[in-house]
Design a protein around this ligand. Structure first.
Ligand code: NAD
Length: 518
């Protein structure tokens, strides 16, 4: 099978009138044709409806209904795992090339319909045009990148020749995967986690986050349209604490691919390690969790660029990225200058409904996230000096204004705990080495950046800044598939490196075949 080299999907240039027009049309189309729909689930190839449904609302405009989703139960999740198990036998024996063909087709179809998916993200999870476009581009990238990787993994792997034997090592799939993604990249991460498992020859039960089932349902339909057998991708919606928990604990679940909070990840880690009656394997767990990410600003650096990067990393998607910069750690020699640069930049951020072009900052995902963020802002008022923000925005949605505290201690709560909202703490460091020490002082280890022109400091940070994704003189968000394989250390997770060459190995096992010859 001849396939092109992998290239990242370009982001849409919204300075072009034709692109703006196309995006507006997609927003209209989603409003007219998609919002308000009642979506089914899919188990064993059949459409399934529960006894009740739950509603999804636009977090930026609470009166807008996004959709109605099936509220399934533990019993439904159990059936879904069993159906996925039944489908594994055939799907696991398909040629990798056949599976790759389906996903390459799906990538192309998603590319053709990208604005529709991005428009849905504007309404369902409060992404601005650019953030939504980035999410959709990343989803396309994941589909193609993992498809191309699967072709490589399906080739015979190199083994040392031995006289009198023919030896081979091949990768085979694991079994049924429970796929449990978060709401914050509800297309890219959801599609990437699901595609990797399926391409590797596993069957799955996908349960999207309850804040974002709509875009997942659209993607599942697209996959079926592109020829994916329905039985191999079971799609269920309902509470994570019941439906998700049942998927995790089922004896036929072979692996769990989870992205979400540390607390839920650790709960799953515990439950997945308990062997259920009749279970004949140890479950594999891929868990990508939270972050408390820092940008370390040295005395010798481009301070303007550092301030731009901090503001972009802290407030892109309202700070609701695992990679968001929630701490700027700044060398004492430039601290006051740096602090003065932040408020004017934050004032320029356009807050408003993300479906409006030009808005750079929308709502938080739900009431719970808003309440949690406001609690941290209250804590911040005691732990630091409020520079800007600190209040709610419009109450038509879950808006919280971008907020910055200066003079925060390295061990303050807002320096240590993941807020997952638009709150930035600025921390003063005595010198570069002290700054590095602060950068490593949390339980997380996901992303981080340094801004420095000093080669010795750069080298020191490369060695000692303990994060899975480390950047130099650039922002700490915006990892690109293939270029920046993504995953964190310590309580940030299992460092699976999504979008990297090793990712698929986590959904495969190696079988060695040795034949005596001659
Ligand atoms: P969450 O942990 O609340 O939920 C994640 C998923 O787990 C959802 O689908 C949810 O329904 C499900 N779930 C909840 N309880 C469960 C249970 N008991 N058993 C099984 N499933 C259960 O996280 P979230 O709020 O959706 O996402 C935000 C978090 O995700 C943040 O902490 C963020 O840092 C993290 N995140 C990490 C990465 C990464 O790559 N490291 C990427 C994106 C988001």
């Amino acid at each position: 099978m001849q396939l092109p080299d992998f290239r990242n999907e370009p982001f849409t240039d919204f300075s072009r009138p034709d692109n703006r027009e196309a995006f507006q049309q997609a927003l209209q189309k989603i409003q007219n044709e998609v919002l308000g729909r009642t979506w089914p689930c899919w188990i064993g190839g059949e459409e399934v409806r529960g006894d009740t449904t739950f509603d999804g609302h636009d977090p930026g405009e609470l009166t807008r209904l996004i959709g109605k989703y099936q509220k399934l139960t533990e019993a439904d999740a159990t059936v879904a795992v069993e159906k996925a198990h039944a489908a594994f036998r055939d799907w696991s024996q398909t040629d990798a090339e056949y599976r790759v063909g389906i996903f390459m087709r799906a990538a192309q179809t998603l590319r053709e319909r990208k604005h529709e998916f991005s428009a849905m993200l504007c309404y369902e999870v409060g992404k601005t045009w650019a953030e939504a476009d980035g999410d959709t581009a990343e989803a396309i990238d994941f589909l193609e990148y993992y498809a191309l990787q699967m072709l490589k993994m399906s080739q015979p792997q190199p083994v040392t020749p031995v006289a009198g034997e023919r030896n081979q090592m091949v990768y085979i799939p694991l079994g049924v995967g429970a796929i449990i993604p978060p709401w914050n990249f509800p297309l890219a991460i959801m599609a990437g986690m699901t595609a990797a498992a399926l391409l590797a020859g596993n069957t799955v039960v996908l349960k999207p986050a309850s804040q974002s089932p709509g875009v997942a349902a659209m993607w599942v339909d697209l996959m079926y349209e592109c020829g994916l057998p329905k039985q191999v991708l079971n799609f269920i919606t309902g509470p994570g604490s019941s439906v998700g928990a049942a998927m995790v604990q089922h004896k036929l679940t072979r692996f769990i691919s989870f992205t979400g909070s540390k607390d839920v990840g650790l709960w799953i880690f515990d439950k997945a390690s308990k062997v259920q009656p009749g279970q004949i394997w140890m479950k594999r767990l891929v868990a990508e969790m939270g972050g408390k990410d820092s940008i370390l600003v040295d005395a010798e650096c481009d301070l303007e660029a550092a301030a731009d990067a901090v503001v972009a990393s802290a407030f892109g998607y309202q700070g609701q990225k695992c990679s968001a910069c929630s701490r700027a750690i700044v060398h004492a020699g430039v601290y006051d200058r740096f602090v003065a640069m932040i408020p004017p930049r934050v004032e320029r951020i356009q807050v408003g409904h993300p479906s409006e072009q030009g808005k750079g900052f929308g709502p938080m995902i739900d009431g719970a996230a808003k309440r949690k963020t406001m609690e941290y802002i209250e804590a911040g008022k005691k732990e630091g000096r409020l520079l800007i923000g600190g209040g709610e925005g419009s109450t038509s949605g879950y808006y919280v204004m971008p907020t910055v505290f200066a003079d925060v201690a390295p061990d303050a709560r807002i320096s240590q705990e993941e807020i997952f909202g638009p709150v930035l703490a600025i921390i003063k460091a005595n010198d570069f080495a002290h700054g590095l020490e602060i950068a490593n002082n949390t339980e997380y280890g996901l992303t981080g950046s340094v801004f420095t022109h000093n080669p010795a400091h750069k080298e020191m940070a490369v060695r000692h800044f303990h994060v899975g994704n480390f950047y130099i003189n650039r922002k700490c968000t915006g990892a690109l598939v293939g270029a920046h394989p993504f995953g964190g250390f310590n309580m940030s997770g299992t460092d699976s490196k999504a979008g990297g060459p090793d990712y698929l190995l986590q959904f495969l096992q190696a079988k060695t075949i040795s034949e005596k010859i001659g």
